[in-house]
Design a protein around this ligand. Sequence first.
Ligand SMILES: *[C@@H]1O[C@H](CO)[C@@H](O)[C@H](O)[C@H]1NC(C)=O
Ligand SMILES: *[C@@H]1O[C@H](CO)[C@@H](O)[C@H](O)[C@H]1NC(C)=O
Ligand SMILES: *[C@@H]1O[C@H](CO)[C@@H](O)[C@H](O)[C@H]1NC(C)=O
Ligand SMILES: *[C@@H]1O[C@H](CO)[C@@H](O)[C@H](O)[C@H]1NC(C)=O
Ligand SMILES: *[C@@H]1O[C@H](CO)[C@@H](O)[C@H](O)[C@H]1NC(C)=O
Length: 349
Amino acid sequence: MAKDGHSDDRSETASNSDGLKHTRQDPELSEAEYINRYRRARRQLWVWRIVSYLLIAAVVALAVALGVIIKQKHTLEHDNVEFHNATSYAEHNTCPDFLDPGQATLQTNRKPSSDQPNIFEELHTAELAAVRDYLFSQADLNLTRSDEASVASNVLYMMELLPPPKAAALAYLDSGGQARAVLYLGYQEQPRVVEVTVGQLPNPTNYTILREIPWNTRPPNAAEYASMDQLVQQATADLEQFMAATFNGFRYYDCQFPRCLLWSDSTPRGVTNDSRQTWIWFMRLAEGFYLQPIGLEMLISHPGNDPSTWAITQIFYNGQVYQNTTQLNTAFADTTSGLNRQQVMSPLP
Ligand SMILES: *[C@@H]1O[C@H](CO)[C@@H](O)[C@H](O)[C@H]1NC(C)=O
Ligand SMILES: *[C@@H]1O[C@H](CO)[C@@H](O)[C@H](O)[C@H]1NC(C)=O
Ligand SMILES: *[C@@H]1O[C@H](CO)[C@@H](O)[C@H](O)[C@H]1NC(C)=O
Ligand SMILES: *[C@@H]1O[C@H](CO)[C@@H](O)[C@H](O)[C@H]1NC(C)=O
Ligand SMILES: *[C@@H]1O[C@H](CO)[C@@H](O)[C@H](O)[C@H]1NC(C)=O
């Protein structure tokens, strides 16, 4: 009985610790059978406990995975927006680095290196601001902020120090220096690019045209790239099927980051003053994208200051030149052309 009593004590203790209520309902059950049943129940209880812990762990893991996926998707969407923001030429500005996109706010904080800087030292921020403000205040120049400019606008392209001739150095020190600025005068029947001197620093009061270069030979600015990009957007939208099938889902028009293409251009843009043509080529968006050309190129003709007259005049792909997107699409649809089996062979980034 002592043994039984001991066993009873144990079972009582154990059942209490389990928080379970054991009552002897069947007086016929032997003590051993009762202990057996009790142990079996306990084992089962543990099995269920373990199963529940595993299920809880699985739920937590799934929740974490879902969180990670949502975050990744969110990051990807964010990257997509950021990418399109960054490559949107209209938002961009190729003004000198000291001009904020559009607002013509000075971005650099270039201070004179000392109280008596040498006379060839670049213009500092206050001088640049003075030149900019002076030029913008000239009604005859009608300068437009670069974020509001089109190709047919007058814009301030750059500003820098105009170093004095050595012989004039002393006079320069006495009277203050001059700046050189380049203006794109697109708002004219005959658009011009002029280089002007602006004097005298630090408070300019007049400007003089130093020289001119033919309009069609100028480096493009943001407004021009934006207008070129509209043509490229249109052409790549027309070629959407061909491009998606040929470049493994990499597209330019309405691309989904990171499966995006970029384009770049080259100079010179012609050999006469009347023409302005640029070959552009597409690259995959990847680290070192300049090493990822896909073999598709387009020739854009963009002379003058009226983008509505500009056009893509040739498309180069697979060793052949097409006159327009229709011709390329026709070749792509033609199963005998071999074009619809062309794939970019190099591995994806
Ligand atoms: C994209 O540009 C818009 C408008 O310029 C801006 O509000 C937004 O914050 C930008 N988004 C990212 C991710 O850069
Ligand atoms: C200044 O140039 C803009 C084009 O950028 C034009 O719309 C506007 O009429 C011009 N203003 C004057 C006074 O010529
Ligand atoms: C510009 O103003 C300076 C004096 O500030 C004067 O010496 C110079 O002749 C002026 N230049 C022109 C082109 O008017
Ligand atoms: C282009 O214009 C510049 C300046 O107006 C002139 O000196 C040059 O001879 C012209 N070049 C051609 C090829 O017409
Ligand atoms: C495209 O080019 C082809 C071949 O030169 C020409 O026949 C066709 O008219 C052009 N189509 C358009 C829409 O310009």
